[in-house]
Design a protein around this ligand. Sequence first.
Ligand SMILES: [Zn+2]
Length: 249
Amino acid sequence: MSSAIDVAADLVASAQRGVAFTGAGVSAESGIPTFRGQGGLWTKYDPVKVSSIDSFLADPTSYWMVARERGRVALAAKPNPGHLALAAMEASGRLRAVITQNTDGLHQDAGSKRVVELHGSGRSVECLVCGARERRADVQVRLEVEMPPRCRVCGNAVLKPTVVLFGEPMPAAAMDEALELSRTADVMLVVGSSLVVYPAADLPLVAARSGARLVIVNAEPTPFDRLAEVVIQGRSGEVLPELLQLTGA
Ligand SMILES: [Zn+2]
């Protein structure tokens, strides 16, 4: 009898229209704390309160005080072996794209070319008055002397990272692209997502209903495990490189 990872490797190796779907677990292995994780920055704050659009608009300073601390960690993070393995699977034609719930840009840093960011990108910042954009890294430097940060074009203090906050809609173009990729996928590799954040968590269901075979790699059980062809419980930074090697890529 083949082990789970051998079965998963066969599926990925045979994929013609494979897609990866990644969540916070992949970023956590690069040192970025998750909403639900133990011990990280989030244990100090109520994430919904701090990261909702209403509280941002009411009090940008409080938002940016937390964002300054988070930004130090997120902007210094490096891709881990899981990110690199996914980029290699795309390069060898096993994956068409990575759909991600993460906003840290680490898939792009690892070399993934087609990355669909369902919750936006934390790498840039947008002025809600004039629409001017800046690199998040440039704003991060300014936060040490300017709180909240001001737009360099119009001077208003409503700069918001281009991430989806609680209470904001998902970016329609990214959601459409993700749905199309999921509907047409023959294999979906779900990695490091607890699959509880909707509507993003609908995507594996869309893929499965359209005939895709699901491979789930996660530290804990997910609500979709029974739909999956293979479930591997473990760290993505360890499982994905092994999977890549077994596919012969
Ligand atoms: Zn502006």
